[in-house]
Design a protein around this ligand. Structure first.
Ligand code: SAH
Ligand code: SF4
Ligand code: F3S
Length: 477
């Protein structure tokens, strides 16, 4: 499954409640998000900034005065979806010439002013570090000028802005703990669209988690492109210039997670994404120590071939990766493990592709996001290597990877039939309003009859049957 497939279904529009101190400006905002969880978290910052300026929100773009789309640039098809969506907004502009259309996020950052030239209907282009400037840019656009701010920052973490929660369930919240990425994986556009890595003040993170808990949330997911690289050294000093002593006095990801776990035992903690080259055992030990830190790790492998991994500039080998899996299995025996895989990277041979399949056989992931390689402008791979695996081979390899993963997912869910598993209820199941759905610690989706239960409650469910992606069961007392 493509990440963006998952995401497109979850376009978010919130009905915001206005604080009494805010003076309404009578204008309606429609805000839609594509891409990763970090983009969704950013949209909550954007919504917060604009609600404070008097906007109200709408779920219907046709009645909006301001349409904002938070975009993703990770693969070509992610960008194509946004371009298609812009066609829909053209309709609004026809009926309402004063309506303003703004493009935010990674695609805005990648294309910069080109966006304004290519897509005539776009009025505003804003990169991920410039959201504080949105009210000014909107004002500028209202006078009929095009407005753009794509300046990347080395400091911005939006730490002081309380996000306006736009999720649908009121149970699980995303909390950004860092921004940017310094890794330069050769296939990846993120370092160009999100800039340098920087960590957010742990105190503001813990406070945000406390606020979420007090507002009824029962799960937080700590977000960063490489959470294991989180390091806060007070005063926002850059990691590169820290002395060994300063580093020793800094807050690491393991320590941060412990601080968040202690907010309340009823607040579940998840995190994403771990990087195999940086994931240390102390993170695993903290996970094992706290019942409310979920036993689930997303550890993207990308390829099972050390040669391909080297060309990808991932900083680890197949052996190193498998050693990390062994550490997880030893320290957290019942841990759900998921991954990301790319098929058909530059120069990937049949043998190397088979190494990915054999690694998947060895690990038997619970779940995977799988993609065929999409060359991105300006990346290391685009400059250094030829995108020489034919499209149909990329797709064929992707099918093999997807089929194998389906088998493994089925194996995992089937193994859980008969078990009793603790579930945090998130809402109705997709198929029926008589059934509720939630997740267990390992992140498996569990579906069961509604009874008198409500989202946000924890229940024990006895698993009676399964599909490849879902556990079905009954609540027991
Ligand atoms: N920071 C995370 C990944 C973020 S991007 C990490 O390092 O693991 C999410 C996933 O998109 C990546 O793990 C990768 O599998 C996929 N991806 C990124 N760039 C891609 C590209 N150019 N083509 C295909 N898939 C890509
Ligand atoms: Fe991209 Fe690599 Fe950074 Fe992940 S770690 S965001 S794949 S550069
Ligand atoms: Fe896409 Fe940007 Fe996230 S490119 S995956 S929205 S960091």
């Amino acid at each position: 499954m493509e990440l963006s497939d998952k995401i497109i279904d979850e376009s978010i529009q919130g009905e915001a409640l206005m604080k009494p101190s805010i003076i309404p400006n009578g204008k309606k905002l429609f805000l839609e998000s594509y891409g990763c969880q970090m983009n969704f978290a950013d949209s909550e910052i954007v919504a917060s900034i604009l609600i404070n300026k008097g906007f109200s929100t709408t779920q219907n773009f046709e009645e909006a005065d301001l349409i904002l789309v938070n975009t993703c640039a990770i693969r070509d098809n992610a960008e194509n979806r946004v371009r298609q969506r812009l066609q829909d907004y053209k309709r609004v502009k026809k009926n309402k010439p004063d309506a303003i259309v703004g493009v935010l996020g990674c695609m805005a950052e990648r294309l910069k002013s080109q966006f304004l030239e290519q897509e005539k209907l776009v009025d505003i282009v804003v990169g991920p570090d410039a959201y504080r400037d949105l009210p000014n840019l909107i004002e500028q656009a209202e006078t009929g000028q095009k407005a753009i701010n794509v300046i990347l920052s080395k400091e911005e973490t939006y730490a002081d802005i309380a996000p306006l929660r736009l999720d649908k369930n009121g149970v699980s919240a995303f909390v950004s703990i860092m921004r940017g990425c310094d890794n330069m994986c050769s296939f990846c556009v993120v370092p160009f669209t999100r800039g340098r890595e920087r960590s957010r003040d742990p105190e503001s993170i813990v406070n945000e988690c406390k606020d979420a808990f007090n507002a009824g949330y029962r799960e937080v997911t700590l977000l960063g492109q490489n959470v294991d690289s989180y390091l806060w050294s007070g005063g926002g000093l850059k990691k590169e210039i820290l002395s060994e002593e300063q580093k020793a006095n800094s807050t690491t990801f393991a320590q941060l997670m412990e601080m968040v776990a202690m907010v309340n035992p009823d607040l579940r903690v998840r995190f994403s994404t771990s990087h195999p080259k940086d994931m240390t055992d102390d993170v695993l030990h903290v996970m094992a120590k706290y019942e409310n830190i979920c036993n689930n790790i997303h550890l993207p492998v990308q390829s099972g071939s050390s040669k391909v991994l080297e060309m990808m500039n991932r900083g680890y080998t197949r052996e190193w990766y498998l050693d990390r899996i062994k550490a997880i299995r030893t320290i957290i025996p019942n841990c759900g493990i998921s991954t990301d895989v790319i098929t058909g990277f530059c120069g990937e041979t049949d043998e190397e592709h088979k190494e990915t399949l054999s690694l998947m056989e060895e690990v038997k992931y619970d779940f995977a996001f799988m993609f065929s390689y999409s060359e991105r402008p300006k990346t290391l791979a685009e400059r250094k290597y030829k995108d020489d695996v034919p499209e149909e081979i990329k797709k064929q390899r992707l099918t093999e990877v997807v089929d194998l993963q389906r088998k493994h997912s089925e194996l995992h869910t089937r193994k859980q039939v008969g078990n009793i598993t603790k579930v945090l209820i998130e809402g109705f199941s997709k198929k029926s309003e008589d059934m509720l759905m939630g997740r267990n610690s390992q992140n498996s989706v569990v579906v069961f009859p509604k009874g008198d239960l409500k989202p946000g409650m924890y229940v024990n469910v006895k698993v009676t049957s399964s599909t490849s992606s879902t556990l079905i069961g009954e609540v027991i007392n």
